[in-house]
Design a protein around this ligand. Structure first.
Ligand code: AMP
Length: 583
């Protein structure tokens, strides 16, 4: 397939913000794709060339793209940067520059999707001395053979910032619609398609099967590839893979025990809610892999956990879901989440680190056991398996403290006991519910005493002045719109941050973390790629025309950095709308 066709698709998707229209545009495109192209296309419409769970990352800085553009067009880097400041989007800038240089591309061969895909993937493998130069040349070559519109999207693919506004739900629906229309040889008129995915329609059944297959594979490319090539019955063949991460089941929030029971039913399993780092651990014989809830592979960073699992989990194969809580090796006291999160990023001195900041695993679920998926098994049975296979040891590995009850007083006492033991709160879980990867279906809920907080992603900031010069100080945060895959601004915070590192999250730490993601600067203001998620406390949610979400937070302040959250896991716009109504 020609890359110009894909660029045309990107352009159409970008041009509308209506979810149904996007669904139809993508479905029409997929319908015509040959089976061998489908998986590549699905990755690339998500702005990816590697599935999210793969460790390979493109890792190209915008500065390098500027240099490549300079080589490809002969326009000086400062001029490119000037234009980039104006558009705020290096992709658009690249397109404009290429238009100016049109004569260069007139006679070049047309680019194939395959070539763009392979070349961008190749960038991740270039290493060692002189690698920056080789990468720059690879990029400028690609840009030289592209037409202006194509360069817009090549640059955005390189910077992992596609901006066509395609949420996962829309992608799923488009795959379903493409399959349905092709099979039925129908062309659905989207203008009159209200209730297209309504309950109990054939289309909604297809969509649900796609979702199920996605839940266990995390890979729409694989799902769509099999579906379009072989048909819906083959989706069943997609099963959990011990070494691939699964999206973990998420919890809804409740305000008290009563609401908790209401949501999960009675009797329920109550568990301590540990304040640590969620880990999904796969084991097959002696091979162990550890993934975070962001699907990152952190096996190398936790050799101590690998040994723990080998010694204390008695089964050939399993995937367990647990919370790793850090404690101080000397005092044996649990340490705040922030300390343990240092271990995630660590590339050196790993053994030393694992001795100084060991972790205790609190295991609360199992989703794969002895070669079989357990996600449709009842929770109470899954817990029984855990009881059978885990050899518990204090400060090493334990089952989550649990109480099964239908009694409110007992539940209240359990909650208080958990808080007194230094935990965040409790979880309440439905005894006979399956495991639902990636969703907040309400089979487990959390109860915490703190006032409301939101997880928001930082999208802009301001350089400080005077004694804070050199630090980013005021931070604009955004929530996530699941429908459009956009981040919508909801407020600015500058409090809750410390001057000195010892006191908590400092300006310096935030600045260091955010600096690599700066997209553009104008005076003191900087635009930042949505990468870093923070937990924000506030007094109230208000309606506000000043922010793109339509809401603003009163008195927002930083609680902590949420290293364990992906940007698209930040609080959803729909959740904020719900909270606003409730107040
Ligand atoms: P939150 O991060 O506030 O959405 O709360 C849910 C998180 O609590 C999960 O993602 C786990 O990381 C953590 N957690 C701690 N203890 C448990 C438990 N017993 N069961 C489930 N999740 C737990």
């Amino acid at each position: 397939m020609q890359y110009s066709e894909l660029a045309g698709l990107y352009e159409k998707l970008e041009a509308t913000s209506k979810r149904l229209e996007k669904t139809k545009i993508l479905a029409d495109f997929l319908k015509e794709c040959s089976a061998k192209d489908v998986d590549k296309i699905i990755l690339m419409v998500q702005g990816l060339v590697f599935p999210k769970f793969e460790e390979n990352k493109i890792g190209i800085a915008s500065k390098l793209v500027v240099k490549a553009l300079n080589t490809a067009t002969g326009i000086s880097s400062p001029d490119i940067e000037k234009s980039w400041k104006k558009t705020g989007d290096l992709g658009l800038t690249a397109e404009e520059l290429m238009k100016r240089k049109r004569q260069h591309t007139l006679f070049s061969e047309s680019l194939s999707v395959d070539k763009v895909y392979k070349n961008i993937r190749k960038l991740a493998e270039i290493e060692g001395t002189g690698s920056t130069d080789v990468k720059m040349k690879t990029i400028s070559e690609l840009l030289t053979s592209a037409k202006p519109l194509e360069t817009r999207y090549i640059v955005r693919l390189l910077l992992e910032d596609l901006r066509v506004g395609l949420g996962e739900g829309t992608l799923r629906d488009a795959i379903a619609l493409a399959y349905f229309e092709r099979k039925e040889k129908k062309d659905i008129d989207i203008q009159n398609a209200q209730g297209l995915f309504g309950k109990a329609s054939e289309l909604s059944e297809i969509r649900d099967k796609i979702q199920q297959a996605y839940d266990v594979t995390n890979d729409y490319a694989a799902v769509a590839g099999i579906l379009m090539d072989k048909g819906i019955d083959y989706l069943k063949k997609l099963q959990l893979d011990v070494f691939k991460p699964v999206k973990v089941m998420l919890a809804q929030k409740v305000k008290d025990i009563d609401e908790g029971f209401e949501k999960v039913g009675k009797p329920a399993a109550l568990e301590y809610k540990y304040d640590g780092f969620r880990m999904l651990i796969g084991k097959e014989k002696d091979k162990i892999t550890i993934h975070t809830r962001r699907l990152e592979n952190v096996t190398k960073q936790f050799p101590d956990v690998v040994s723990l699992i080998k010694e204390n989990v008695k089964t050939e194969s399993c995937i367990i879901d647990c919370e790793a809580v850090g404690f101080d090796a000397k005092t044996k006291k649990y340490v705040p989440f922030q300390n343990i999160s240092q271990r995630i990023k660590r590339k050196y001195d790993i053994d030393k680190m694992s001795k100084e900041l060991p972790v205790e695993l609190n295991v609360f679920d199992i989703i794969y056991y002895e070669g079989k998926s357990m996600i449709d098994e009842k929770f109470e049975n899954r817990r029984k398996i855990l009881e059978k296979i885990i050899k518990q040891k204090e400060l090493k590995i334990r089952l989550a403290e649990q109480l099964i009850t239908d009694n409110k007083d007992k539940a209240q006492r359990f909650y208080e006991k958990s808080l007194n033991a230094g935990n965040e709160g409790i979880m309440l879980k439905t005894l006979n519910a399956p495991y639902k990867p990636g969703s907040r279906v309400g089979f487990m809920v959390k109860l915490k005493p703190v006032m409301e907080t939101l997880d928001l992603v930082i999208v802009a900031a301001e350089w400080g002045e005077g004694k804070r010069a050199g630090w980013l100080t005021s931070f604009t945060v955004a929530c996530y719109d699941e429908d459009t895959d956009e981040f919508l601004e909801i407020g600015k915070f500058g409090t809750g941050i410390k001057e000195k590192e010892e006191e908590g999250t400092s300006f310096e730490e935030l600045t260091k973390l955010l600096k690599p993601f700066i997209i553009s600067e104008k005076g003191r203001e900087v635009i930042i790629k949505p990468k870093i998620v923070v937990e924000i406390k506030f007094e109230e949610i208000q309606k506000s025309p000043s922010y793109s979400s339509g809401y603003a937070l009163r008195f927002p302040r930083l609680v902590r950095i949420r290293e364990d959250r992906r940007p698209d896991e930040s609080s959803a716009l729909s959740q904020i709308q719900g909270m606003y109504k409730e107040q």
